[in-house]
Design a protein around this ligand. Sequence first.
Ligand code: CA
Length: 221
Amino acid sequence: MRILVVEDDANLNRQLVEALQEAGYVVDKAFDGEEGHFLGDTEPYDAVILDIGLPEMDGITVLEKWRAASRVMPVLILTARDRWSDKVAGIDAGADDYVTKPFHVEEVLARIRALIRRAAGHASSEIVCGPVRLDTKSSKATVDGLTLKLTSHEYRLLSYLMHHMGEVVSRTELVEHLYDQDFDRDSNTIEVFVGRLRKKLGVDMIETVRGLGYRMQAPAK
Ligand code: CA
């Protein structure tokens, strides 16, 4: 899962980026509205954290432009305390949720998890696919109750496939959602990671759809 953080306060930006990375996300960051708008307009994100008070272009304008261009990724806005009008303007502009500053980073993480889950059509924090269970709260996965030892990259791959269970996910889509913008992207490495993940899962659940990509679904009973 790939997240964009748009926040001009350098400390806060770093704090959010570090917490998100620790939680297993790949993160791109921007420090002003123009840069943030450009990234959100051109790169696919699973969720965006957007500050409202930004230099160059304010957060409300950034959000309005994305929505006008049919960019539908979930957006969590950060608003200053006692600026209730920002919340109203943000939600009207297409925000999915908001957090008021100052906040606990855990609250932002919980809201991001919920936004990503809901965008993928899952109501609970645990996603189940046959014998595989993904706990998005603890970033852990189990097969038949046994915890899988996954690298952060393997977890991201499994998490993306499980959030999109039953859908064919292309290699390009995986590359775009598993790596940040600075990464040297090579879709061949995806095959290697899928191979490793299949081995760790030990059950035949990730189907290769020739020429199209991969699909994860529960084995037929
Ligand atoms: Ca700000």
